[in-house]
Design a protein around this ligand. Structure first.
Ligand code: GLA
Length: 698
């Protein structure tokens, strides 16, 4: 038996065992199904953003007929239609919207209603200018764009509450309305820099710190005479500021948007049937606020998946899907994606033919239950009049319509395979907004890119395990064989205890550079990195170095380069194993440990003190997965092919996508039903952007 067929036989056995284990839904899945299923609808859906308010009503049915013919099942509507729904203060008109919703239903299309609060109408902002946002330079924005309102204006909140409530009263029982999107991409314009906002920030700080002494201590305000004697002195940070103040400002922004969202959720929940979901359309790695907190009150998270210039990078896009799935540790929706091209990037090139279909299937593989195109048809005027669409300004389909229709027909054909399925991973990557912000505030080298580092861990670990969860550092970790935290810069005691419990119970925790340096106030910990984890690691960071050039490293993972950042580690306890050492570099690092691992409790803790090149990262991931007993969910696939798995009661379903520019043959671990073709098979031949869906189970 050749080594490769031996490996394949081992994989087959593992897979059969894993299918047997998954005959029941996993006991404590890290990802749960969305706690709402749209009655009578497919398990996976395609839809579009539709703007009936921009067109004569006589046109609507033509649009809906075209959608139905393409198997589109969802429209998201109304999220910018405030001036049509409330043409003047307190005068509401929902007749047209109700007719649009009901006409869509006639064509078997359900509606998600967006609350229109990203676009307050002119009558509102002109009569009440205090509802308009103030820019950091003190200028109040003018009407005519969107996201021009102030998220901190109590008057604006009142208007938001009223329109959301009126909508909920009218549509909260409409059987064709399946859910609500609150506002649109909040945080797009982050905050208003006015006196009222500053006072709210000060009040928020007061509620948090109780006394100024406490605040002054945690922010070390004796530094540069920053000491505050009354709450009213505390500024909103613009530009460089105290790191503690800046981190709290980020949290205040998150608190503001979470409350802004809750203001609308409250009235929607008061009037809407429980079956109607609430969601928000988030923006991948947009870092304006902590998404783990803001998504808590929502039924599920959604995101807007745009490539912009260039072409899809499957690793980065997959990571963003997995990030979104991790917000609530649930399946999610892609509320918007580009139908070929956008209009807002430096070069608005079109996705290649088949690329958007591959993207849609990738979303499903990573746990999306819906993919909506933005937008259905070009508006004749407006800021986005030349954005990608399915239907042109003349009302007839553009060529991309066929690709969207093919995708939607495929979703409809195989949807039952995906019913009640979720991704299930043995590996988790930990993400923390606090740590991300703390690093961004003080990068130390402009090249430091914590998201890039997350991506390099993701790429290497996903290739081997074929399924990775990206979750909050505070998420439950039991059940993961391997947990890697590439950038846990802010690592207070409670978080350290949480991680130590995981390790004590048998988990393998891998920490990346800059870990365990700060507490929750963004103050340096009065101990060396990794702070509260030094004892368990039996080692500490002696010194960190921002690198002006790459330095050699070598050891158990092979030879390669450390770049951008390197930390000099020092063993302090028995049981430490040095896995990598620096070669000749800046004198300080020469021959010093770069990676140390140690068994602790029933598990293991590993510290990687440098940013490693791709080859070393791959070797590191190989070691991490082997050491932790992580097995791939599918088995070997050729270069350029991505496989994803979703697991449900007695079944698993694989989405296999070829992103390579040449055809690829993918051998399945064993014969499965290839549901897109309706055939049984043990291998698939995929052209560039080719997709196969392999079903295993009852
Ligand atoms: C965002 C918005 C949409 C639209 C698209 C264009 O995601 O939510 O309203 O502007 O971008 O790409």
């Amino acid at each position: 038996m050749s080594p490769s067929s031996f490996l394949r036989a081992v994989w087959c056995l593992l897979l059969i065992l894993s299918i047997a284990a998954s005959a029941q839904p996993p006991a404590s899945p890290h990802t749960a199904p969305i706690p709402t299923q749209i009655p009578g609808q497919n398990a996976i859906l395609v839809g579009a953003a539709w703007y009936p308010e921009q067109w004569p009503e006589s046109r609507w049915e033509d649009d809906l007929r075209l959608m139905e013919a393409a198997d589109l099942k969802v429209v998201r509507i109304a999220e910018f239609a405030w001036s049509r729904m409330e043409p003047s203060e307190g005068r509401y008109d929902f007749e047209w919207l109700e007719r649009a919703v009901n006409l869509a239903a006639k064509h078997h299309i359900v509606s998600v209603l967006g609350t229109p609060t990203a676009t307050p109408p002119a009558w509102l902002t002109q009569k009440y200018p205090d509802t308009l946002r103030v820019e950091p330079d003190g200028q109040r924005v003018t009407h005519g764009n969107r996201a021009h309102a102030s998220a901190t204006s109590p008057r604006y909140w009142e208007f938001c509450r009223r329109i959301a409530e009126q909508m909920a009263i009218r549509f909260g029982h409409n059987p064709n309305v399946v859910g609500w999107q609150i506002d649109n991409e909040y945080g797009y314009a982050l905050m208003s820099y006015d006196e009222a906002t500053r006072r709210q920030y000060q009040d928020w700080l007061k509620a948090k710190y109780k006394t100024l002494d406490n605040l002054n201590t945690h922010w070390t305000t004796s530094y540069w005479s920053q000491t505050y004697d009354n709450w009213g002195e505390i500024p909103i940070p613009v530009g460089g500021h105290n790191p503690g103040l800046m981190l709290d400002w980020k949290r205040f922004i998150g608190y503001t948007w979470t409350s802004y969202q809750q203001n609308q959720i409250d009235v929607i929940r008061k009037h809407a049937e429980p079956r109607q979901f609430t969601t928000g359309n988030f923006m991948g790695f947009f870092d304006g606020f902590d998404h783990y907190t803001i998504t808590e009150p929502l039924t599920f998270a959604s995101w807007d998946d745009y490539v912009g210039t260039g072409h899809v990078d499957p690793a980065y896009n997959g990571l963003a899907h997995d990030l979104t799935r991790g917000f609530k540790r649930q399946n999610f929706w892609v509320m918007e994606t580009q139908p070929g091209a956008v209009n807002w990037s430096p070069l608005n090139n079109f996705t290649n033919r088949g690329e958007a279909r591959a993207m849609a299937w990738q979303a499903i593989g990573h746990g999306a239950d819906d993919v909506n195109y933005w937008q259905w048809r070009s508006a004749l005027n407006g800021q986005e009049e030349i954005h990608g669409v399915l239907v042109g300004p003349d009302g007839t389909p553009v060529p991309f319509y066929d690709e969207a229709a093919q995708t939607a027909h495929e979703f409809a054909k195989v949807e039952s395979s995906f019913r009640d399925t979720v991704p299930l991973s043995q590996v988790a990557l930990l993400y923390s907004y606090d740590s991300h912000w703390a690093i961004q505030f003080q990068k130390h080298t402009e090249k430091y890119d914590d998201i890039g580092l997350l991506k390099s861990y993701y790429r290497a670990l996903r290739q081997l395990s074929q399924s990775v969860d990206v979750v909050s550092a505070y998420a439950p970790l039991d059940g993961y064989k391997l947990v890697a935290a590439p950038s846990l810069n802010v690592l207070p005691k409670d978080l350290a205890d949480h991680l130590l419990e995981y390790v004590r119970n048998g988990g393998h925790l891998v920490l990346g550079p800059r870990s365990g340096m700060k507490d929750e106030f963004n103050s340096l910990l009065p101990q060396r990195q990794p702070g509260f984890l030094v004892g368990a690691l039996g080692a500490r960071v002696q010194q960190y170095y921002a690198l002006e050039k790459d330095f050699p490293v070598s050891g158990a993972w092979g030879n390669g380069q450390a770049s951008i950042w390197a930390e000099q580690l020092k063993s302090q306890a028995p049981g430490d194993e040095v896995l990598l050492k620096y070669g000749k570099s800046n004198g300080w690092l020469d021959d010093q440990p770069a990676v140390i691992t140690r068994a602790y409790g029933k598990g293991r803790i590993t510290y990687v003190g440098a940013v490693l090149d791709d080859k070393l990262m791959a070797a590191a991931a190989e070691w991490m997965t082997q050491k932790s007993g992580v097995t791939p969910v599918f088995g070997p696939v050729p270069d350029g092919v991505e496989v994803s798995r979703r697991v449900g009661p007695g079944k698993q379903v694989f989405v296999v996508i070829n992103y390579a520019q040449e055809a690829r043959r993918v051998v399945l671990p064993h014969s499965m039903k290839l549901v897109l073709d309706g055939k049984q098979g043990d291998a698939v031949d995929l052209p560039p952007y080719g997709v196969a869906v392999a079903f295993d189970g009852r």
